[in-house]
Design a protein around this ligand. Structure first.
Ligand SMILES: [Zn+2]
Length: 106
């Protein structure tokens, strides 16, 4: 490590004032630990890319409605007819009527 003595002393004293009056070997140890800690925190390209390998988006799964055979998301009510798993869950006609009434009153 190429650094001048003054800079090393400044580094040690700015980090820990207790180390100021300690043994020279302890000072060296502190410097080494500090520099190594900073270096360890940086992830290289391989680590970064490994982490991001799980970030890809996955397309939503689509299945066919058993009532009207329109495509809909799995485990979700069909928004074309309001059926889920062979029975009517949503009254889409009433919903549409309510929406048109709301927009007409505005
Ligand atoms: Zn349907």
């Amino acid at each position: 490590m190429v650094r001048d003595k003054e800079y090393n002393r400044f580094l040690v004293e700015s980090i820990d004032p207790v180390v100021k009056n300690s043994h020279p070997l302890a000072k060296i140890k502190t410097i080494c630990n500090t520099v190594a800690m900073v270096n360890r925190m940086r992830a290289n390209k391989s680590h970064r890319n490994n982490r991001r390998s799980h970030h890809a988006l996955v397309a939503a799964r689509v299945s066919k409605c058993s009532n009207c055979s329109a495509p809909h998301r799995c485990h979700t009510v069909c928004m074309n007819c309001g059926y889920y798993n062979g029975r009517k869950v949503l009254d889409l006609a009433a919903k549409a009527l309510k929406k048109t009434k709301a927009t007409a009153s505005k």
